[in-house]
Structure formats: C-alpha cells, structure tokens
Design a protein around this ligand. Structure first.
Ligand code: 3MF
Ligand code: MG
Length: 343
C-alpha cells in the first residue's frame, strides 16, 4: 500500500494527435475520465482552467464560477479532490507570443485575466494551488525581448496573483524549451530565484516534471531534492523521457529505472506525502487503442508503487557503511541488485 496520494490531469487521457498527425483515439468526456481515475486509485485531478470551464473566454466571471461549482459536484460524486488549476496560456489567439511576457500589452492583460479566473476556479473547486507551465514565456527570436524585462514581468504577474487572493499558492512548472526556443525560467533553480523575488516566497514554489529536467540536461531526483531543500516542492509531474529530444511524457520509469528509483527515494526520504500529491504527467503512445487508453496511467502507478517497495527494502544501515568506507562501486551494485530483484 502506497503512502502517497496520486493525481492526474484530464489531458493525460488524450486522442493521440501530435504535431505530425491527427487523432488515433476517440475523445473521452470529463465525467468518464473522473470515473476511471477514481477506479485506478487516483485521489485528485489537476486542471487547466479551460479543462474545468471550456469556452471561459466567452463567459462572465460569475458564469465561470457557477460552471466550476458544477465540476466540483462531479468531483465529489467520484470522491476526487482538485489539486490545482493551471491557466492554459498557450492555446489562445492572444498568447501567440506568450502571456505575462508577451510583447503586446493587451495580450499581457488577457494573460492576467486568465490567471485571475484560474484562481476563481481553483477556489470553487476547493484547491489553493495555481500551476504556471510557462509554455510560451521565452523567445522564438532571441532578440524579441529583453531577458531582464521578461523575468521581471513574471515576478510582477505572480505578485499580482498573490495579492488578488491571499490564500492561494503559485507553483511554476519549469521547462527549458518547447514550444519555444529558449525559455526564461527553465529549471527548478530558476523557480527558486523567482520565488525569492516575490512578495511572499513561502507561497511560491515549483512543480518538477521528470521529463523537463531531462530536457534541461539535469537529474530529476536532484531537481526534486533542490526544491525540497527549500521546502518549495509543491507538486511533481513524474514521467520519463528518452534523452534530449521532443517532450515525450513517457510512463514513469520506463526509460531509466534507476533514475525513477532515485526520484521515489528522495520523495520517500522527505515524506513528501505530507506535503503534496504525486502527480503523473504521462501520455499514451499514439499507437495505443481506445481500450488501452489508461494503461500508461496504470503502468506508471504500478512502477511508482513497486519502486516505493524497493525503497522500503533499501538497507540504509548497509548503505551507510558502504558510504562511510567510500565503497561506492559496492553501493552502486547493491542498488542495481535491488532493482534487478537479486537481493
Ligand atoms: C507540458 C506539460 C503540461 C503541463 C500542464 C499543467 C500539458 O510539457 O507538462 O502538460 O504539465 O499544462 O501545467
Ligand atoms: Mg507537466
């Protein structure tokens, strides 16, 4: 039995469309997803603002809140909580050039409108966390914006959100590139810098996604540890990634089991279950059938739990002796043997 609670977003059950080809699976409605998530053992759902309230651009603030209240009832029906709401600042006509750092003032205003509405939605759904995946906050053309100005724009936007509501927490999900060429806030280290510069650093933290860390050439477990050291890991997006290429969102642990083990290990050692949900941000393969559209979620959960068992079995006394004697070859092989089921 896992000590952790798990969360997932509706976008993790998707139609299989990518930049090079159309859908390969039927769309699934939100309620069906909730029912299956609950059945699979998830405790909470992560939302984009318009996952919860589609067409929100054409609705009044009151209409948006009323719609969100209905979604909350649907969550309650399946015994699910909402974990966070993330303004989807990359799909819209207004956010071609990003949101808070857009070169157009009206578009920046639109981004703030969506950020405030995300806070309203979060409150109706009963959660206090706003996630900012800063998809287009950077440059396609390096000379198009000053990195100093852009960084300060982000701090200002977060300060406005913290002021708009005194109970919400803001959590940046950093990614070094894609869909932009160069991002302004690409790693958890950047997130800590931004957090420290805001008016309430305690309420500003990070969401570490394994694949994003790999894309930055960094180690996901160390990135998780870095945020934990400052008590600023608000949630995680566990998945896997085959090296530095397009963002793959593979099932957790399927590419690099040792790295996955170390991510689970650092979460267990720091009792992350007391702090947040373990979020999975995984995608099914394009070749997957409708019938198998949740297998990647099942597999990721199963791998996480199996690795949690491995951590429980980890002989810290033995490991510490090896560390003391600096017998790292032995320590490494002990870890590998554990993962291979040989001890
Ligand atoms: C992109 C992501 C996103 C975010 C999501 C919530 C679609 O690389 O990881 O998933 O996690 O938008 O912030
Ligand atoms: Mg993610």
């Amino acid at each position: 039995m896992s000590q952790f609670k798990f969360s997932v977003g509706p976008w993790n059950v998707h139609t299989g469309a990518d930049s090079y080809g159309p859908e390969t699976r039927q769309p699934v409605d939100l309620e069906t997803k909730f029912a299956r998530f609950a059945e699979l053992g998830f405790s909470a759902v992560q939302f984009h603002d318009d996952d919860a309230v589609p067409n929100m651009n054409n609705m009044t603030e009151e209409e948006i809140k009323a719609y969100a209240r209905e979604v909350k009832k649907l969550l309650d029906k399946y015994g699910l909580k909402a974990e966070f709401v993330a303004p989807r600042l990359w799909m819209d006509e207004h956010t071609k050039d990003g949101g808070f750092m857009s070169t157009n003032a009206q578009d920046r205003e639109f981004a703030m409108w969506r950020a405030y509405r995300s806070i309203d939605i979060a409150k109706e759904l009963g959660c206090d966390l706003i996630v900012l995946w800063l998809a287009r906050e950077g440059t396609l053309c390096a000379e198009s914006k000053s990195p100093v100005w852009a960084t300060r724009q982000l701090v200002d936007a977060i300060n406005k959100m913290l002021t708009y509501d005194e109970t919400i927490r803001v959590c940046i999900e950093p990614k070094p590139n894609e869909p932009i060429d160069r991002s302004i806030c690409g790693t958890i280290g950047h997130v800590m810098g931004i957090s420290a510069a805001t008016i309430d650093p305690k309420r500003v933290g990070g969401n570490l996604e394994s694949a994003h860390a790999v894309l930055a050439g960094l180690d996901p477990a160390n990135e998780i540890g870095f945020a934990l050291a400052f008590d600023k890991l608000f949630t995680v997006h566990l998945n896997d990634q085959n090296g530095i290429r397009y963002d793959q969102d593979k099932s957790f642990g399927v590419e690099n089991l040792r790295s996955a083990f170390n991510q689970v290990k650092v979460l267990v050692e720091n009792k992350f279950w007391e702090k947040g949900y373990v979020g999975l941000d995984v995608k099914a393969m394009r070749t997957t059938s409708d019938e198998d559209g949740y297998e990647h979620l099942k597999n990721s959960l199963a791998i996480f739990r199996a690795l949690e068992d491995k951590v429980a079995k980890y002989d810290y006394e033995y490991a510490n002796k090896l560390i003391e004697a600096r017998k790292f070859e032995h320590l490494e092989m002990y870890t590998m043997n554990l993962l291979m089921g040989l001890v």
